[in-house]
Design a protein around this ligand. Sequence first.
Ligand code: UDP
Length: 251
Amino acid sequence: MQDKVKILGVNIDNITEEEAAEKTKELIEKSNKSCKLIVAPNVEFIMQAQKDKEFFDILQTAELATPDSVGVILAGKLQKKPFKQRIPGQAYFRKILETAEKEGWTVYLLGGKGDIPQRAKQNVEKLYPKLKIVGYHEGYFEEDTEEVVIEEINKLKPNILFVALGAPRQEKWIAKHRKELKVDVAAGQGGTFDYEAGNIKRAPKWIQKIGMEWLWRLILQPSRIKRMIVLPVYLFKIIFTKDITKSRWEK
Ligand code: UDP
């Protein structure tokens, strides 16, 4: 059984980056194009899941949930179930691309504005020259384009579909189309394509190390402040709630 930590009802796997890659490999090998779901919960996910039951339920169906933020790591410590490692979205993405290059897996990138997914593809192909990114599509499409996008993905049948439409839209999109998507795994990938395209700079390593990357992102994208209002509420909840493993849906 996989070691899991539950934060306000959301299950998150207690695994290292290496183990996450192994688990992804396992999922791909047994999937047979059944679209296994991979998510990367952070504080915003957990708080959104407290008010959005549909999102909460989708997160519970994920076959792999990687710990993606310092807030998640902190809640693990408070429960005396420390996470082995934080796995930032981009680190997981790179690790999977590296493995994909070795294993010969095919990859599709869905999401990001305009030419972001194309630029992200070009940049990561420089890092992994044998990697097979078989297709991409930008992420601001109307419902009527949706069918065309799904048709293209299904024609290509990639092993991995990375979906970067922001949370919870990306997870809801995958859940809605899970039955028709002919991919082995689909992973919600947030802002990673923006980083890979060189559109947004990641924090210097030392800032990442001291757990202040969120502040760096806030300085670069001040509009994120609205989303960050949930942070103090989250801290209050995980410090003062009697049982922080439970969601409001279970009480
Ligand atoms: N995005 C998209 N379609 C949408 C909404 C968002 O493709 O309808 C993209 C957006 O351009 C960005 C990513 O989804 O590249 C979400 O990034 P965000 O910073 O919100 O993700 P986080 O890393 O915070 O989860």
